[in-house]
Design a protein around this ligand. Structure first.
Ligand SMILES: C[S@@+](CC[C@H](N)C(=O)[O-])C[C@H]1O[C@@H](n2cnc3c(N)ncnc32)[C@H](O)[C@@H]1O
Length: 251
């Protein structure tokens, strides 16, 4: 191989989008196909949620995320996990599948509507015994864990419930996570809304404005993103994976 030709070629490639791959849906699918395959029950639950709860199935975590968390839990050698925002049970299922036989997921959700669905699929995947579903406001549930002396004992905490309360979940989770454990926040990019100038008049940005409930979630997430970026208590990284995931670990 002629190194000069190779260098010239690389330079040309680098000039296109600074050498970075544009993340299209096809690229997302490609990376999904080249990651740890999903368990058949994870696939069934996704299918069921998309058909049965069509109106709010956008709440499901996506495949890439679940594949990523599976690997993360293995690396962390995780045994104790908290899932804040369970919905139809996919994230809790993924965590339970990645944990050893004596591992435990505490799933927190305020809504009872999906309880039956959760247990059905968790049983089907033989992990129901590893998951404890607590129906209450997650703020109370996290505080109860602290009051029960479980501070500093969790390996991984996933925050994916109401966006207004992320900051409160963050502070409580910092108490519950062990040193070296990871707290992950979902939706920190929120369809890209948190990344744009909130005074933007660009026509392509106007879709993000004009819906007060959406805007107040965006405002909460913007404040949280700024807080974590400056927070000296943690090491952090924000990944442009799915709808944006921030990972933090205590210093
Ligand atoms: C985005 S969904 C979670 C998706 C889930 N992690 C998955 O993998 O599919 C958010 C969930 O948070 C729950 N939630 C909303 N507010 C909550 C609160 N204050 N406390 C606990 N759960 C809450 C909702 O009921 C909903 O099921």
């Amino acid at each position: 191989m002629d190194p000069e030709i190779f260098q010239k070629h690389l330079k040309k490639l680098y000039q296109i989008n600074k050498g970075k791959v544009v993340i299209t849906n096809e690229v997302v699918q490609f990376s999904q196909n080249h990651s740890e395959p999903l368990h058949s029950v994870q696939k069934e639950l996704i299918e069921y949620t998309n058909t049965k709860f069509e109106n709010n199935s956008y709440m499901l975590t996506d495949c890439n995320q679940n594949q990523f968390f599976t690997l993360l839990l293995k690396v962390l050698n995780a045994k104790k996990v908290i899932d804040v925002g369970v919905y139809t049970g996919l994230s809790s299922l993924s965590f339970a599948l990645a944990l050893p036989e004596d591992g435990k997921v505490i799933g927190l959700d305020i809504c009872k509507d999906y309880e039956e669905c959760c247990h059905h699929y968790w049983k089907k995947a033989n992990v129901d015994h590893k998951i404890e579903l607590v129906i209450d406001n997650a703020k109370n549930s996290l505080q109860n864990l602290i009051d029960n002396g479980e501070s500093g004992t969790f390996d991984f905490i996933f925050i994916d419930a109401d966006k207004y309360s992320y900051d409160c979940y963050y502070e409580l989770s910092l108490k519950l996570i062990r040193k070296g454990g990871i707290i992950a926040f979902d939706n920190v990019l929120f369809f890209g809304a948190t990344t744009i100038d909130q005074n933007s008049t660009k026509p392509e940005h106007q879709i993000f404005f004009g819906c007060p409930p959406f805007q107040s979630m965006v405002d909460s997430l913007i404040l949280l993103n700024e807080k974590i970026a400056k927070d000296e208590r943690v090491y952090k990284t924000m990944l442009p994976l799915s709808d944006g995931i921030t990972l933090v670990t205590k210093k």
